[in-house]
Design a binder for this molecule. Structure first.
Ligand code: 5GP
Ligand code: MG
Ligand code: MG
Length: 180
């Protein structure tokens, strides 16, 4: 698997360091709020796991799985809920945990939905943000790293469902796409 990588963008050490900073920042702000942290499957799983282990406050976890129609590397506007929450978000301070925000469509849809469901507050933490890809306006509260408009994999992020288990984030060799 590692032979498929062209370059490393964020090493395991760098991811750990930045995740700790985000955990400290969020913990301070949500100390007495018992936030509901909602991970968007499957990409957010490794990041969320590392993030919450570094937060020494009371919090709850839940997960949602959504699919945005589109091909392997870009998303369309439509969002379909594949797995909904177990938790009622009404009155809760929600923190959505994402792997990467590109067009912003997925999270724009989800935050609106939590608004209809009467969450008390909704914030977003994303490991990566690609501001150049933004199509809809979306306030993002905590960002790990900004990334250029390139397709990245690893640490939750897939190409055709592979590479989510890479411990770092990198860029694939071009022939990996070409061979598909
Ligand atoms: P958005 O609705 O913001 O365009 O879509 C974000 C979703 O698209 C992410 O959760 C992720 O699944 C996918 N995505 C966007 N950019 C990348 C990327 O560079 N690499 C990978 N693996 N997925 C991406
Ligand atoms: Mg995602
Ligand atoms: Mg994907």
């Amino acid at each position: 698997m590692q032979n498929d990588m062209e370059s490393v963008l964020f090493s395991e050490e760098k991811l750990a360091e930045r995740t700790q900073e985000l955990a400290d920042e969020i913990s301070k702000e949500y100390k007495d709020k018992n936030p509901l942290m909602i991970g968007i499957l499957k990409g957010a799983m490794p990041f969320m796991s590392d993030l919450v282990k570094r937060m020494d406050i009371y919090l709850e976890l839940d997960f949602m799985d959504v699919s945005s129609y589109g091909n392997a590397t870009t998303s369309s506007g439509e969002v379909k809920i594949l797995k909904d929450l177990d938790t009622n978000v009404e009155g809760r301070d929600v923190i959505i945990v994402e792997d990467i925000i590109d067009s912003g469509r997925t999270l724009s849809y989800i935050t609106k939905m939590f608004g209809y469901r009467k969450a008390n507050s909704i914030k977003i933490v994303t490991l990566l943000d690609k501001p150049e890809g933004r199509v809809v306006e979306l306030p993002v509260d905590y960002v790990g790293f900004l990334v250029p408009n390139e397709f990245v994999v690893g640490y939750g992020l897939d190409y055709a469902e592979r590479y989510r288990n890479l411990p770092y984030i990198g860029i694939l060799k071009p022939e990996i796409y070409r061979d598909k």
